[in-house]
Design a protein around this ligand. Structure first.
Ligand code: CP
Ligand code: NVA
Length: 311
């Protein structure tokens, strides 16, 4: 049995095969209308969600299955009456698949230890692999491929999406640059950087972390940003963080330094006037809604991969 905790659970070949399956699912949805017939997906979210929750629920239903969204706030788990391990052992007797959005990655790992069915990471403080499967699908569609392309992430480097993007790009033969403030609160985790560099060495691609936003975006094919105020960040941090991240705001000027055919991406939710200007996210280079749509197709491929590994 497989789980999806991080993209690095997969080989680059498996990631590429999941992307191919996602393309097929998008092009020929009717062919897959019974692919998850009678399968039950249990969804547990400790943090807010629009895309992850709705795309997983829609996706399993479109493949003939059913989703249960479990409300933690009214659960024995939420009331402190039942442990995470007992909860997940019980759920494994009913459901075929679990998607979990949790604060702590260590809780996800604990869940995976006790689960009798595959568990999918729907975002933790460490990573957000499902987002990046959708992002790679989107880049492939807009740029005609992944190998040799350069993605630049600007903003919060110490971030789940940034970590998974670094892995996903390196596993797909892409160069990856992170433009972010200096310091352990803003830079990617050192272990993630190290692992990304190892993955990139298979392709001879570049991995760069820089404080220079203009150097980071130079001639890049993809400019990507994410919220400066992720779900787990305390609102009292806002003023300090906005001041730190301001030089990394994606503006029309920074977009003009990228490749002329560059696309702009944001996993959403987005705050106009913060991590990017309204002109950029609502402008012609933005593909953010294609990216959001692709969560559906990408995650259907992820679910099939875990339900029927090797198929
Ligand atoms: N991008 C993303 O995961 O969005 P949600 O938080 O709405 O699920
Ligand atoms: N980094 C963001 C991603 C939201 C999808 C967060 O954790 O809130």
């Amino acid at each position: 049995m497989q789980h999806l905790s991080s993209l690095t659970d997969w080989s680059p070949e498996t990631l590429a095969a999941v992307l191919d399956r996602a393309t097929e699912l998008k092009a020929y949805p009717d062919t897959f209308s019974g692919a998850a017939a009678r399968k039950v997906l249990f969804m547990i979210f400790e943090k807010p969600s629009l895309r992850t929750r709705v795309s997983f629920e829609t996706g399993i239903v479109r493949m003939g299955g059913h989703a249960i969204n479990y409300d933690v706030s009214t659960s024995p788990l939420g009331a402190g009456k039942e442990s995470l391990s007992d909860t997940i052992k019980v759920v494994s007797r009913y459901a075929d698949l679990i998607v979990a959005r949790l604060f702590k990655h260590s809780d996800l790992e604990e869940m995976m230890q006790h689960a009798g069915v595959p568990v999918i990471n729907g975002l933790t403080d460490y990573s957000h692999p499902c987002q990046i499967v959708a992002d790679l699908l989107t880049i492939r569609e807009h740029k005609g491929g992944l190998k040799g392309k350069t993605l630049c992430f600007l903003g919060d480097g110490f971030n789940n999406v940034t970590h998974s993007l670094m892995f996903g790009c390196a596993m797909s033969g892409m160069n990856v640059r992170v433009g972010c403030p200096a310091g352990e609160d803003f830079e990617p985790l050192p272990a993630v950087l190290e692992q990304t560099r190892q993955l990139a060495s298979n392709y001879g691609t570049e991995v760069t972390v820089t404080q220079d936003a203009e150097a980071a975006v130079d001639a890049a094919d993809v400019i990507y940003t994410d919220s400066w105020m992720s779900y787990h960040i305390d609102p009292s941090e806002m003023e300090k963080r906005v001041a730190q991240f301001q030089p990394y705001q994606v503006t029309e000027h920074l977009m003009s330094l990228a490749d002329p055919g560059a696309i702009f991406m944001n996993c959403l939710p987005a705050a106009r006037g913060y991590e990017q200007t309204a002109e950029v996210i609502d402008g012609p280079q933005s593909v953010v809604f294609d990216q959001a749509e692709n969560r559906l197709h990408a995650q259907n491929a992820v679910m099939l991969q875990l339900l029927y590994p090797g198929s």
